[in-house]
Design a protein around this ligand. Sequence first.
Ligand code: ADP
Ligand code: MG
Length: 321
Amino acid sequence: MGEFELIREYFARQPVRRADVAVGIGDDAAVLDPPAGCQLAVSADMLVAGVHFPQDTAPAAVGYKALAVNLSDLAAMGASPAWFTLNISLPRADSSWLEGFSGGLFALAGPYGLQLVGGDTTRGPLTVGIQITGFVPSGQALLRSGARVGDGIYVTGPLGDAALGLMGLQGGVSLSKAQRDHVIGRLERPVPRVREGAALRGVASACIDISDGLAADLGHVLAASGTGARIELEALPLSPVYQSLQEQVGWGPAVSGGDDYELCFTVPPSRQSRLKALADELGCRLWRIGAVEAQPGLRLIEPSGAMYRPNVPGFNHFSAP
Ligand code: ADP
Ligand code: MG
């Protein structure tokens, strides 16, 4: 199978055909019609085999997750996803791998109305780079820099499950079959909070998605906003599986574990009633976990009132070993 046949067979056939794509895959560049009154939100993420996922990960899970992490970045900006490009480097043109990969990719692209509009395909170590573009009404993007003293801090769902999944894969914790299925599912198939992100426009003062762990990612919001925060660990949403393992694993996976892709956001007191209405409307729960404070730094408070100090910072590719 040649390069062009591969593109035609696995990437050009897809579930979504958007009216705002004048020219998609097949020419030297895509030609796209952005809507009036909107700004474009653009984000890119790269997944490298052996770094971001184990070499033997099921191809459908790789395809799904590569797109999910990009969708999560747009969600964190309050943007609605529209188009994406795919840069892929493959050791060989293995049709069953490509079938699984493109299946996982388009299974997620379909429901979100996303169209693949171009990319690049080369031979090399397995690496998947996606760039995604979405729309946000002008001036309404959710930034990291908007948190103010007194704002409540919230998350959209349970934390730490993906980290437990990784620990399970690496033998760091022993799990029953049911526990394993749950946490590996959360690791491999995170649900990007796209609807929640868009609904938070005009309500949240700052927002980020949790890819590197709550402490690290909330830390980015606090640094960008020039504030600090206090988090009550007791208020962190933990899944029943996490709760059953908590004596063994402590707070670490929930505080410092990455890959959950929940949103962490801040809301001023004046907009708290709008937040409640929004949660009812979305039919989803939002958890208040703490508050923004003037004193710089992040204070994590244990149920006993003691200060909790995470012994691992968030994931950082270039941190000193
Ligand atoms: P060029 O040589 O002009 O860069 P290519 O031969 O790399 O073009 O690609 C041909 C067409 O296929 C282009 O429209 C490109 O965007 C698209 N394409 C290549 N690889 C992919 C991919 N992995 N996914 C989606 N579209 C792709
Ligand atoms: Mg090219």
